[in-house]
Ligand binder design. Structure first.
Ligand SMILES: [Fe+2]
Ligand SMILES: [Fe+2]
Length: 242
């Protein structure tokens, strides 16, 4: 895993929202607001995490540069929460403190170890890759569109980053463990797709998705990530962290 690459990536991407013009006149219409409010509240809450458990799990990784990269990654996710929150404030949308889906995901992330945390996290990031596309299509707000465009770029990188990490765990497993772990991730992915559809279908439908197109597109992103996770790398290079 190329730690220097990811560390430099997160450092160079830190100013990614600087060109958003927050002063432009750009307020959601009552219709848009009705469609996206509860959904945006949940995603903004989901992006917001101090990442304490993730960071402490990351410190168990053999190479200390990984924990440093995770610190930068957490900062990037917090920026997503910050800009979405700022947009909500501008539009009189209240921030929420809790949501049951977010609570479940937080509980799952803390459950066992680093591999589990990254697996749960990448599942949410795969969903984000489709959700923010739908949200972008569902709004005429230039600011929200710009935020979605940047978050989509960021989440694509996050999926590659988490896949690279999971690949390190994958290559060390027995065949049975490999199969079991990938099967569990698939179950988690399918379950998450169904829950997200139930909770966010107004945005997803307005953004042009039916359940089947949402399911198919999300599973395609999932399969792309799985390819990276299951990529065969010679073991002597796997933990080299060049
Ligand atoms: Fe994010
Ligand atoms: Fe992310």
């Amino acid at each position: 895993m190329n730690f220097s690459y990811w560390k430099n990536y997160f450092i160079s991407n830190a100013s990614h929202f600087e060109d958003v013009d927050w002063n432009q006149k750009d307020i959601l219409s009552p219709d848009e607001k009705r469609i996206i409010t509860t959904s945006l509240q949940q995603f903004q809450k989901g992006e917001q995490s101090e990442g304490k458990h993730f960071y402490s799990f990351a410190k168990t990784f053999p190479d200390p540069r990984y924990a440093e990269t995770i610190r930068l990654f957490i900062r990037e996710e917090q920026t997503h929460a910050y800009v979405l929150g700022k947009f909500m404030d501008m539009n009189g949308i209240a921030r929420i403190k809790k949501h049951w889906v977010d609570n479940i995901f937080r509980w799952l992330r803390k459950l066992t170890d680093l591999e589990n945390t990254v697996t749960v996290l990448i599942t949410a990031e795969i969903i984000a890759k489709i959700y923010y596309k739908a949200l972008r299509n569902a709004t005429g707000s230039r600011i929200l569109q710009q935020l979605c465009d940047q978050i989509l770029k960021d989440e694509e990188q996050h999926i590659s980053f988490q896949s690279n990490t999971l690949n390190l765990f994958y290559t060390k497993k027995s065949r049975i463990r490999k199969f079991f772990n990938r099967f569990c991730h698939q179950v988690l992915m399918v379950g998450t797709i169904c829950i997200v559809w139930v909770d966010h279908q107004r945005v997803l439908k307005t953004g042009g998705y039916s359940f089947s197109s949402f399911f198919m597109e999300t599973m395609l992103v999932f399969l792309e990530a799985e390819k990276l996770i299951q990529k065969q790398i010679k073991m002597e290079f796997a933990f080299s962290g060049n």
